[in-house]
Design a protein around this ligand. Structure first.
Ligand code: SF4
Length: 355
């Protein structure tokens, strides 16, 4: 007997075919989408009244494990692909009650940034659009059980989103489409290390979706040390690109992400150069105290007085600046850290079992 491959929840043409053959009302599909993707009802509740529910695949990923921070309300979800590979998403619950989900776009990452655990893994594969949005669905379902709402979706997890541009764009379409998640594009942010052509295509196609650039330094040599891809996308190109993105996105500013690394990029002169480089651009600077990883012990985060002084210098120059203290330090919430730890544990376990 041949088994029938389940149809993805997002595969509208195939679902329509099944619906037409089984002769049920299209409203039933609209209702399922509404219950599942906008109200985040549990699967069994959403499927009530849906004929042929067993032919549908609601989730592209399987829940594997969760880690809850004991100190700051962050939760890291580990989700598993059908081939058993782990990916991670992080829920950040801030005091205001507005929750943010950090999603992954790839398994591992080819960008190999010096300070990043995902970059130390290399790339395993791109995530499909279904796998990207399923992180949103599973996190949304978890949050509603706590009476919380998922407000912001940020592509800051594992992977360089513009290295998986086709699936990223398909996922963005699903997230903002009224008939699917109906999420406000202004509450979605895509963070890149500076893939300039991808940034421009994204701004043109999704003008209300926010873009963030991981800048970290305006000194080419320092930037190349931190981000190998900086050689391919030099600072002059980045500057031109942000100016063009500003033109394409009249209602949003570009977020400038700046990791504060002690002795690397956190001096007064670094701030002065940054102010000069950002002159004339519509940006918001986000300073991020560094969350150390075991694979890069040579980097140490700047201390709080240094972060405060750096932020003050930028603000005095008229730049909108926030300092984002990392959440989830105790659960290794920096992108890729937990997956690496889990994979090491699994590898060790395998060695023990085999031994
Ligand atoms: S910081 Fe982002 S782009 Fe760089 S290696 Fe990590 S996941 Fe990839």
């Amino acid at each position: 007997m041949t088994s029938i491959k389940p149809i993805s929840l997002y595969d509208t043409p195939s679902i329509d075919e099944v619906r037409a053959a089984a002769r049920f009302d299209p409203q039933v599909i609209r209702s399922l989408h509404s219950k599942l993707l906008r109200r985040f009802d549990p699967d069994d509740v959403a499927l009530v009244g849906f004929p042929l529910g067993d032919q549908l695949r609601l989730h592209a990923l399987e829940f594997y494990r969760r880690y809850d921070s004991a100190v700051d309300g962050a939760t890291k979800l580990l989700l598993r692909t059908s081939a058993g590979m782990l990916i991670e998403s992080v829920i950040l619950r801030v005091e205001s009650g507005r929750s943010t989900l950090c999603v992954s776009s790839q398994i591992g990452c080819a960008a190999a940034c010096e300070f990043c655990a995902s970059g130390k893994m290399g790339i395993a594969r791109d995530l499909s659009a279904d796998e990207i949005v399923d992180q949103v669905l599973q996190a949304g379902q978890l949050l509603v059980t706590e009476g919380r709402q998922l407000r912001n979706i940020v592509f800051m997890g594992m992977g360089e989103p513009f290295h998986n541009e086709e699936n990223l764009f398909a996922a963005l379409e699903l997230l903002i489409a009224p008939e699917f998640f109906n999420h406000s594009p202004g509450k979605v942010l895509v963070s890149t290390v500076g893939v300039t052509d991808g940034m421009l295509r994204c701004a043109a196609r999704f003008p209300a979706v926010n873009l963030a650039l991981s800048l970290h330094s305006v000194r080419q040599r320092v930037r190349e040390r931190l981000i190998p891809l900086a050689k391919k996308y030099p600072l002059d190109d980045l500057h031109r690109t942000i100016a063009e993105v500003n033109q394409l996105q009249a209602t949003t500013t570009v977020m400038i992400e700046y990791l504060m690394l002690a002795g690397v990029n956190d001096g007064r002169a670094d701030a002065t150069d940054l102010i000069e480089w950002l002159d004339g651009l519509s940006v918001h600077v986000n300073l991020i105290p560094y969350n150390p990883i075991t694979d890069a012990p040579h980097f140490v985060g700047s201390d709080r007085p240094t972060c405060r002084a750096f932020a003050q210098q930028l603000r005095t120059a008229g730049l909108k600046t926030t300092v984002r203290y990392s959440l989830g330090n105790d659960i290794a919430a920096g992108c890729g850290q937990l997956v690496r730890q889990e994979n090491r544990m699994i590898a060790r376990q395998t060695l023990v079992d085999d031994g």
